[in-house]
Design a protein around this ligand. Structure first.
Ligand SMILES: Cc1ncc(COP(=O)(O)O)c(C=O)c1O
Length: 954
């Protein structure tokens, strides 16, 4: 026996849940081994015949040592670069109880509101904080980054003032002092939809009726705090809207954008306790006036009521808008940055309004100290008014840089004669000696004095903040750590996460997010690097990013990779821009028609429209396959203008279409490119690959297949991989000397790339392939167990599904007046999160167990589904009432079950403990069924005043 043998399978045996029960499960499906199951599932013509070219698996212990060593290649210097990214202190109580807590980071997007009230409340706190600080009434629950948020504001204004087929106002004014990465992204987003960007100085700009909007930075790129009231008023007089990119901490002291007249305020909430992470993930914010509430991109949390009339929260309005409106959607945002929004909100809860103001006052006072010291030394500041950033004009840049470098200090060097520095929460009085010393002639030691009782306001009195903020109870209660810890726990208890039970969301791949994958994210060598530091300080990052890119290329059978897109939808957008640029370089800029199958995820058409393409829908056959006749017809009809097709594989119906190569070749024959949506990659890794089915480009949702947790609606990463011919057209970044970025930071949310890297290194080639095989085994096992009870839609010619399958609930509408939603809510009483509902087919659920679940958990879920089927049968047979039954009244809360009154024909035990296993691990939904329409009709998306809580209690 080889005593070292177990080391290569140690992690895969932990990651893959059902290895020890393989034979039992195969026998239920009627297969003799995994190989025969796979051969009947994945079409022979597209099988990957080689092993994946990734290093052999490491144990968890070995990996942690390895990543510690690689991390030492990163250098943590004292960094004052600013530019939208600042050092911050994550309060330990938030670090331990949220950032490092699977009860928070493994949550799914809160579509099932009754078992998500905790994060919904925290996200409502985030919205309230943003709304209060910006002085605007409506805020969303995060966007991907500051630059994306700016672009979303631009397109929202553009769509408001222009008709779909006629552009009256094409121009958007960009003040020259907007952050460079934001300007770059605005350029990327403007070009395909024919927005004309005009860059200039707001002081001299003269906007006319051809402008639909403008963007200003407050404080600006040079750190200057300027009064934009006049500009905003003039823009409004011309009918244009204004977005201000801003800083939440500065707004504790400065007049907020809403009071200056801005229509939208955007920015990053990173400096509220979220680590730098070499660029992300961080939550961006977006706040606006009431008039825009139906156009605001991303998710909004709103207050509604439940079936008992009690206050309950839910996602409001356009939350599922890409799914409903598809190509008419105003944005493609799906995954955002929920976990990081929760951290920022908790930072505000922890510090409260006075604490935040104190931090901001300290920062600006220390900045004043530095500014005065530099002025004393004869340096010229670009602006007399600033919050935390000063820019110095000097002919001594190289000397200053040499001194800073010698002291391991990063300053910002923008032009030949400009040096800028930004102070932050971590800057201490002691730090200032070395900082000022960078500008010193070494003749005398740095010395200064500070009157600690005096705070300063380094801006005109007209920009002082006079309005109050964060007066709501939640921001003024958690004074002690015990209170804070309990508040976080109280919210966590309301939410069902992967640490309670499986979350079998089809298309979302809620697999294990292993602790060893997550731990290094808490280490400073990985989480405290600024995205714009010199490359040589981030060698550790570059090492893992290069390796990860190679692995992803190998897995996809492609040649090049961009790690920049920070969500799946951003990956789609980046991939489509790549296709667009390729066609233009071939002399075919007119190729702008994108074929999209009817079953596609809503982000696909939304991204295509953002990329300036026209969407043509391709039909599906009854068995869910793409209708080849319709495809041929559409490809023919649009041949001259065909840009390509977007397909998901296996299809969103959960089947490996044997016809996929025919599909890709039809599109190629007409000169189109094939984009593959990688959401279903968990059914491909090691068995087939986008490159083998004939695709040219794909994105990978690392937050699905490659183990990044969903965080309750983000973060995510959506890198794209491409064939050689598309490589020259991948996104660039200003820090790399190129443009066309799709994210604010060059490697998107770089820090969480570590998770996917860990996943690959600990599974190795065999483990990665094994994960796919077991994802397919688990899905087929559940399919086989449920087949006698429910109709399963769309299996392949051998009757197998891929890694997910669709259960048809539509017949019950007629037979028992039961809808998919009733089944979803009843599953909560059994301790489970519902599978994906009504996507891609209305009235169905799509189940994706993933490889991480063991047979016992799969059985519990199947038992629950089978028991629910019997509950439906009781209604069908007239044994249970059609209106008052276990499903219609689901979920049953603790309060309802123990109430003195019990008016139902079924028992309390049947309601709350329907199967024996539930008694061991009961999860109580905290509210009854949430009323969807009430919340939209009476939109409230900030924390209510105290009175409303009092009414509720009464
Ligand atoms: C098939 C499909 N495509 C695209 C997306 C969008 O990805 P993201 O949410 O990361 O933007 C999803 C998300 O669930 C999906 O299921």
């Amino acid at each position: 026996m080889d005593i070292l043998r177990n080391q290569t399978t140690e992690f895969s045996n932990r990651h893959i849940g059902s290895i020890s029960q393989t034979q039992e499960m195969l026998s239920v499906i009627g297969e003799k081994d995994i190989a025969s199951l796979i051969s009947k599932t994945v079409p022979a013509g597209i099988r990957m015949e080689r092993a994946l070219n990734v290093p052999s698996a490491m144990t968890e212990h070995a990996y942690l040592q390895h990543i510690r060593t690689v991390g030492q290649q990163n250098q943590v210097w004292k960094t004052y670069i600013g530019q939208g990214y600042y050092n911050t202190i994550t309060p330990s109580v938030i670090l331990r109880n949220i950032f490092e807590n699977p009860g928070w980071y493994t949550q799914y997007t809160p579509y099932q509101a009754e078992i998500a009230q905790g994060r919904l409340e925290s996200l409502l706190n985030f919205q309230t904080m943003v709304s209060d600080l910006t002085g605007l009434p409506i805020a969303n629950a995060s966007l991907l980054d500051e630059a994306t948020a700016a672009a979303e504001a631009m397109t929202m204004f553009f769509n408001t003032l222009n008709k779909q087929d006629h552009i009256d106002r094409p121009r958007f004014f960009v003040d020259k002092e907007v952050f460079p990465q934001t300007k770059d992204l605005l350029r990327t987003r403007a070009l395909p939809i024919q927005i004309e960007l005009v860059e200039g100085d707001y002081k001299t700009a003269s906007l006319d009726e051809t402008y639909f909007g403008a963007i200003l930075q407050y404080p600006n790129d040079k750190g200057a705090v300027v009064d934009y009231r006049q500009f905003i008023q003039t823009a409004h007089e011309k009918g244009a809207f204004v977005v201000m990119a801003t800083d939440l901490l500065a707004l504790t002291l400065l007049t907020p954008p809403g009071e200056l007249g801005a229509d939208v305020a955007i920015g990053s909430a990173q400096r509220l306790g979220v680590p730098l992470g070499f660029g992300g993930p961080h939550a961006a914010f977006f706040a606006t006036r009431d008039d825009f509430k139906r156009n605001i991109p991303g998710r909004i949390i709103g207050v509604s009521i439940d079936a008992k009339g009690k206050r309950a929260l839910r996602m409001a309005l356009q939350t599922r808008e890409q799914h409903i409106k598809r190509e008419k959607a105003t944005s493609n945002i799906c995954t955002a940055q929920a976990l990081l929004a929760n951290m920022a909100a908790m930072y505000a809860v922890f510090h409260g309004p006075d604490g935040l103001k104190n931090i901001a006052s300290r920062i600006t006072t220390l900045t004043r100290l530095v500014a005065d010291a530099l002025k004393e030394r004869g340096y010229k500041l670009i602006s007399a008014h600033y919050f935390d950033t000063i820019t110095i004009q000097t002919d001594r840049v190289s000397t200053i840089r040499a001194k800073a470098t010698a002291q391991r200090i990063n300053l910002r060097y923008t032009d030949n004669d400009l040096v800028a520095l930004s102070l932050d929460e971590t800057t201490s009085l002691e730090d200032l000696y070395e900082l000022i010393n960078c500008f010193e002639d070494d003749k005398q030691p740095v010395s200064f004095s500070l009157d600690k009782t005096q705070t300063t306001q380094n801006w005109p009195a007209a920009l002082n903040r006079n309005s109050t903020y964060l007066t709501q109870a939640v921001f003024n209660t958690c004074k002690s750590e015990s209170q804070m810890m309990r508040y976080i726990k109280q919210l966590e208890n309301k939410d069902l996460s992967l640490n309670t039970s499986m979350i079998s969301l089809g298309s979302c791949t809620m697999k294990l997010n292993a602790a060893s994958e997550m731990i290094p994210l808490s280490w400073p060598e990985w989480n405290s690097l600024h995205p714009f530091i010199p490359q040589e300080q981030a060698k550790g990052y570059h090492t893992i990013m290069e390796e990860l890119s190679q692995y992803l290329c190998d897995v996809t059978a492609f040649d090049a990779c961009s790690l920049q897109p920070n969500s799946g939808a951003q990956g789609e957008y980046a991939g489509l821009l790549t296709i667009r640029a390729y066609h233009a370089a071939q002399g075919n800029p007119h190729r702008d028609v994108m074929l999209i199958p009817i079953s596609a995820h809503g982000t696909n058409p939304a991204s295509a429209v953002m990329a300036g393409m026209k969407v043509v829908v391709v039909k599906a056959l009854d068995n869910g396959y793409i209708d080849l006749d319709d495809l041929r017809h559409q490809a023919d009809a649009n041949s001259q203008h065909l840009a390509g097709i977007m397909i998901s594989y296996p299809s969103t119906y959960g089947v490996y279409e044997e016809t996929v190569k025919e599909i890709t070749s039809i599109v190629h024959q007409h000169g189109g490119q094939v984009y593959m949506d990688g959401a279903n990659m968990n059914a491909q890794v090691g068995l087939t690959a986008p490159g083998l089915i004939g695709a040219d480009v794909c994105h990978l949702n690392l937050h699905k297949t490659f183990a990044i947790p969903h965080g309750g609606g983000g973060p995510g990463m959506g890198p794209i991989c491409v064939k050689e011919h598309l490589k020259p057209f991948l996104p660039g970044h200003i820090t790399q000397g190129t443009v066309d970025a799709v994210s604010a930071a060059p490697y998107g949310s770089a820090m969480i790339l570590l998770i996917s890297y860990a996943y690959i290194r600990m599974l190795g080639a065999a483990g990665l392939k094994g994960a796919t095989e077991y994802a397919i085994l688990n899905a087929n096992y559940m399919r086989a167990r449920l087949a006698g009870h429910y109709d399963i839609l769309y299996t392949n010619q051998s009757g197998q599904c891929a890694h997910e399958f669709i259960v048809d609930l539509r017949p019950f509408k007629k037979s028992a007046e039961i809808e998919a939603e009733d089944v979803a809510k009843r599953l909560m009483d059994y301790g489970f999160h519902a599978p994906t509902m009504s996507f891609p087919v209305a009235g169905t659920i799509m189940i994706e167990p993933t490889e991480s679940e063991d047979k016992a958990e799969l059985d519990r879920f199947c038992d629950a589904m089978i028991a629910i089927r019997e509950e439906i049968r009781a209604i069908e047979e007239g044994k249970a009432d059609k209106k008052d039954n276990l499903l219609k009244n689901a979920p049953h809360t603790q309060a309802t079950v123990i109430a003195d009154q019990w008016p139902h024909a079924y028992s309390r035990t049947e309601a709350a403990f329907p199967l024996y296993y539930v008694t061991h691990n009961k999860f109580w939904p905290s509210v009854s069924r949430v009323n969807n329409t009430h919340g939209d009709r009476n939109l409230i998306c900030t924390c209510e005043p105290m009175e409303s809580y009092m009414q509720e209690k009464a």
